[in-house]
Every structure is written in C-alpha cells, then in structure tokens.
Design a protein around this ligand. Structure first.
Ligand SMILES: Cc1cc2nc3c(=O)[nH]c(=O)nc-3n(C[C@H](O)[C@H](O)[C@H](O)COP(=O)(O)O)c2cc1C
Length: 187
C-alpha cells in the first residue's frame, strides 16, 4: 500500500517544460515591482485563483499555523487581505503580528514568500471590503477586518526543469532594499 502510493507520487508530472527565466542581474530594485510583475502574469495566464496564498501566523505556543486566503489590494501600506478578527488567525495576529505570505503559481513554477508585519485597517475600509463580498446581504459585520502586511523580506523562486532553481532574496535595510541570490541548496 505504502509502496503503491510512493510509486504513484513519483510518477506525477512536475514543472511544465516551458518555464520563464529569472535573470538575477536584470531585476528591479523594488521587490514590490517584481511581485506585481509575477502577480500580473499569473492573472493574465488565466490560472484559477492567482490571488490565493498561504498565510502563516504564529500561535500562542510560537508554532507556525498556515491557511489559504486571497489578497484584496496592494498600496503603500502593504498587501491587503481580509478575515474575521475573531477567527484563529485574527487572534494570532492580535497577539503577534509577524506573518508570512506564500504564493505558488504552478503553471510558471514560481513562488514568492513575503514576510513582514500585519496591521488592521480602519472599520470603514473593512466594511467596504465586506460589502464587496459576493455573499453580502446588506448587513454590516464589524468583525470583518482588512489587514495590510508591510513587507520586510521577499524571496522569489523561479523553478527550472534541471532543478537549478533561481532564488532571489530581498531584505529591507535602513537605506532601502538589498537583494541577492540564495545559495543554500534547493530541491
Ligand atoms: C482559495 C481560498 C481562499 C480563501 N480566502 C479566504 C479569505 O480571504 N479570508 C478568510 O478569512 N478565509 C479564506 N479562506 C478560508 C481559510 O483558508 C480558513 O479556512 C479560514 O479563514 C479559517 O482560518 P483560521 O481558523 O486559521 O482563522 C479561503 C480558503 C480558500 C481555499
């Protein structure tokens, strides 16, 4: 049984043959510009839910907890997502607002991890988001909250068929963003 699953898993197709190239010598200084480029490409590709990401928070024991959300907007305050403030993630963010977002666009073999601090936005902005949800029935929901994750770190990974994946890391320093290749082994 276990062997059968092992064979099944090994036989699954991996990355598509035609993958975009990430040239680390030709990237913007601002990681948000590269993120926008990759997000726009994922949206244009017609892939389902290109705006979905894993949100990683920390629970009261300091253990990481992940779940899938969608992003709602990007502005100078960061990347917006929304949820119930009284949800588990809402409580975790209230206690510890360090969080990480992980995007995976399998059609292009791309991932982006964005880490930073999530801040709740105003009641007004949160209600506006609530009212735009497809299930909105006219009743307000003061538990609904939009958060903006202000990034301090990005990592872009462009997969390659030969598994020599290109990984580019951006760190926010006092004088702006610094970037460089990640040299530790990839899969
Ligand atoms: C594609 C997808 C998108 C989702 N988007 C959201 C979202 O934007 N906000 C949200 O609160 N939950 C969203 N969910 C549900 C969450 O994954 C999660 O189950 C729920 O928010 C409860 O999480 P928590 O108990 O860790 O707080 C989404 C689930 C999927 C599969």
């Amino acid at each position: 049984m276990a062997d059968h699953l092992r064979e099944l898993l090994r036989a699954l197709p991996g990355f598509p043959p035609e993958l975009p190239v990430l040239d680390p010598t030709d990237v913007p200084d601002d990681p948000m510009a590269l993120f926008r480029e990759w997000l726009d490409a994922a949206i244009a590709s017609g892939a389902r839910q290109p705006h979905a990401f894993d949100l990683l928070t920390l629970n009261a024991e300091g253990a990481p907890v992940g779940r899938v959300l969608i992003i709602k907007a990007i502005d100078e305050r960061g990347i917006h997502f929304s949820t119930h403030a009284s949800s588990r993630k809402g409580g975790q963010l209230e206690d510890e607002n360090r969080a990480s977002m992980l995007f995976f666009w399998r059609e292009s073999g791309r991932t982006v991890r964005i880490s930073g601090f999530a801040t709740p936005l105003s009641d007004e902005e949160s209600q506006r988001d609530w009212e735009q949800r497809p299930t909105y029935d006219g009743a307000p929901n003061l538990d609904w909250r939009v958060y903006a994750l202000d990034p301090s770190e990005f990592e872009f990974m462009q997969a390659r068929e030969d598994r020599q994946h290109v990984r580019l890391e951006y760190q926010r320093e006092v004088d702006g963003w610094q970037h460089g290749l990640v040299a530790t082994p990839a899969g």
